[in-house]
Design a protein around this ligand. Structure first.
Ligand SMILES: Cc1cc2nc3c(=O)[nH]c(=O)nc-3n(C[C@H](O)[C@H](O)[C@H](O)COP(=O)(O)O)c2cc1C
Length: 368
């Protein structure tokens, strides 16, 4: 019998199966980083009774953007737009977690308030791209955050989480993967600080743990989650001891009684397969030894590999990204072993309804 299609409890929530919509930046927000009806339609299409969705990376502070068209919750004016999304998801009997993030150094001045310089833990040269009116452009070199600014950012995450509650979400996931600000603090290729936020594992994990506790103060621990990418290199990231670092962070997060820990397998680099990496789900296998709570795994899974991972006990749920973009009814297709629509990378980021809400459901495809 398929374990992927057995019920599961995540914090206070009951889900009918273990196929999760991965957080997916699609850059279709309206002016002011506000979700509109198109986004509500997209999430509604991917909702079905008893399903868990994770919303796309949502900017938690005014200087946290890296992609024009990404949505925010750094301002009260962004709450009503998200209400359209959460209402549409709930009307279909599904639940949705908010993913809060800050791009940190992965940004360009063009998408910063008044053209200011992006921020990060340390000012060191790095690669990567941001999305602006001019399209994909190189990141602007960043400045290092002052220590007082870190406390302000923790408060920004707390306030954004409060807005998420008002907007009707069912929980909050902090995005500490893919080379964004939390990840930049965690990994020592990007964190050269000499204060209490740099150096030891404890110091590098401090910002993430402070922000997690701040969000817990709003939501309670069992509706708060963290996503991390052990050994992730997207965004020009590196660490001198990734195994030591990420097992430390998992152990610390394990003390907080979170809804779940979300892990990205390093065989996927951001939104691309990385053929140079171990093809097995190594992150889940490793972290499971250090974390006994609920784990969601992501990165390159198909029905059979998701099933195998859950059966082995290395994760409890599996999130799907690219296949869910192209298959709004992915859980049903996996359950019935139906063929999948291929995805179109050209329309992943930005643009219109094309490649966003026009992927056919199975019945439509069969009838076409
Ligand atoms: C278009 C696109 C946008 C993404 N945006 C996000 C994001 O906003 N937040 C995040 O944590 N991961 C993001 N990711 C990574 C996915 O959540 C997921 O980890 C990755 O696609 C690997 O899963 P897959 O092999 O099932 O596609 C994105 C991936 C893609 C393809």
């Amino acid at each position: 019998m398929s374990k992927l299609f057995t019920p599961v409890k995540v914090g206070p929530h009951e889900f009918a199966h273990r196929v999760v919509l991965a957080p997916l930046t699609r850059m279709r927000a309206e002016g002011g980083a506000v979700p509109g009806p198109l986004m509500a339609q997209y999430y509604a299409q991917r909702s079905s009774p008893g399903a868990l969705l994770i919303g796309e990376a949502t900017i938690a502070a005014p200087n946290g953007n890296g992609y024009l068209g990404a949505p925010g919750l750094y301002d009260d004016s962004q709450i009503a737009g998200w209400r359209l999304v959460t209402d549409a998801v709930h009307a279909k009997g599904a639940k949705i977690f908010l993913q809060l993030y800050h791009a940190g150094r992965q940004s360009n001045s063009e998408v910063q308030p008044e053209g200011s310089q992006p921020v990060g833990p340390s000012a060191i040269p790095h690669g990567g791209v941001a999305y602006t009116k001019a399209g994909w452009v190189a990141n602007t070199p960043n400045r290092a955050l002052e220590i007082e600014e870190i406390a302000e950012l923790v408060e920004s995450f707390r306030r954004a989480a409060e807005r998420g509650l008002e907007a009707g979400f069912d929980g909050v996931e902090l995005h500490a993967a893919n080379g964004y600000l939390f990840d930049q603090f965690l990994q020592d290729g990007s964190n050269k600080r000499t204060d209490i936020y740099g150096g030891s594992f404890e110091n590098r994990a401090r910002f993430l743990l402070e922000a997690t506790r701040a969000v817990i103060s709003v939501w309670g621990s069992d509706r708060v989650a963290v996503r991390m990418g052990p050994s992730g290199s997207f965004g020009d990231m590196s660490d001198s001891d990734p195994e030591g670092l990420f097992t430390y962070v998992a152990t610390e997060l394990g003390k907080l009684n979170l809804a779940y820990l979300h892990l990205i397998e390093p065989r996927v680099r951001g939104n691309l397969d990385d053929e140079t990496r171990n093809p097995n789900p190594v992150a889940s296998q490793l972290i499971r030894k250090f974390y006994s709570g609920t784990i969601i795994a992501a990165g390159g899974f198909k029905a059979a590999s998701a099933e195998a991972l859950i059966t082995a006990g290395d994760a409890d749920l599996v999130a799907f990204g690219r296949d869910f973009i192209a298959n709004p009814d992915l859980p049903e297709r996996l359950r019935r072993r139906l063929p999948l629509n291929p995805y179109d990378r050209e329309t992943f980021f930005g643009g219109t309804d094309v490649g966003y809400v026009d992927y056919p459901f199975h019945e439509e495809r069969a009838a076409a």
